[in-house]
Design a protein around this ligand. Structure first.
Ligand SMILES: C[S@@+](CC[C@H](N)C(=O)[O-])C[C@H]1O[C@@H](n2cnc3c(N)ncnc32)[C@H](O)[C@@H]1O
Length: 252
């Protein structure tokens, strides 16, 4: 799939999802992902949030940023491909209205360089059409010693499917091809990249980051996510595989 089509599918998809007012599946801070036993309140990755400048790549309607603001972050910035979501984020943060930009995260935009203490991307990174340019941009925006936190579906979780109430490996972990997924009860089309753990780490370190920590957190076993029985988020898969992976990268 070419980059332009990939971005277009996601722009339309995410605008539609927000219009239909569909909640995300526990991918808003303090939650790092569905079914996790611990959230940011317990893991405490952002222990220097007071007074921090924060940028969210794929900020949606700004709910993760709201959590961080309430914890003491002093300056809030967000970037999202969906105009509809950015409008909502701007309504949430009228005082930071000009800090919210509509753009794919893979394109460099007018955001201050060497500036942010934290850049977060909570369940958005697989929707970029270009991981390399996205991480290269993040590196530019981040201040020296700043932290980049990325949470995403655990790459091995993608390989599992439930057949006869059992999780079976149905896809190769090595297969990194883009795919179209249907999200939520309305089956909205989104384009997504499945990346191996090494691909994400090596792309980040090639861009100058170092890996500070990797989290593969324990999960709780549940039949639904926020009342919705997702065909993807299944208890049978979660028994043996983390639902989510959290990367903490730092800039030298
Ligand atoms: C699961 S939501 C993330 C929710 C968000 N972390 C929050 O706190 O509410 C994924 C978000 O990524 C955005 N997105 C998808 N592709 C993108 C891209 N290429 N660049 C920027 N944002 C993108 C979507 O519009 C959506 O808001």
């Amino acid at each position: 799939m070419n980059k332009k089509d990939f971005i277009e599918i996601n722009k339309n998809g995410w605008n539609t999802l927000i219009k239909n007012n569909k909640p995300f599946s526990n991918t808003i801070l303090p939650e790092y992902g569905p079914f996790l036993k611990r959230n940011e309140n317990e893991i405490n990755i952002m222990n220097n949030i007071k007074g921090a400048k924060v940028l969210d790549l794929g900020c949606g309607e700004g709910k993760s940023l709201e959590y961080l603001f309430n914890k003491g972050a002093k300056e809030i910035w967000g970037l999202d491909i969906s105009k509809e979501q950015i409008k909502k984020a701007q309504m949430r943060f009228p005082q930071f209205k000009d800090n919210f930009l509509v753009s794919p995260m893979e394109e460099e935009v007018n955001i201050p360089n060497n500036y942010f203490d934290y850049i977060i991307s909570i369940f958005s990174i697989g929707y970029t059409s270009d991981l390399k340019s996205t991480l290269n941009n993040a590196y530019k925006y981040l201040s020296k010693e700043g932290t980049l936190i990325i949470s995403w579906t655990h790459p091995f979780y993608y390989c599992l499917e439930v057949v006869d109430d059992k999780a079976v490996v149905n896809k190769s972990y090595f297969n990194e091809e883009s795919e179209i997924i249907m999200k939520g009860p309305d089956k909205v089309n989104l384009a997504q990249n499945n990346m191996m753990i090494s691909t994400i780490i090596n792309t980040a370190t090639d861009n100058g980051f170092y890996l500070d920590k990797l989290y593969e957190e324990e999960t709780v076993l549940k039949d639904d996510v926020n009342g919705y029985k997702s065909p993807f988020w299944r208890k049978e898969k979660t028994v043996n595989c983390p639902s989510t992976i959290i990367f903490v990268f730092k800039k030298h």
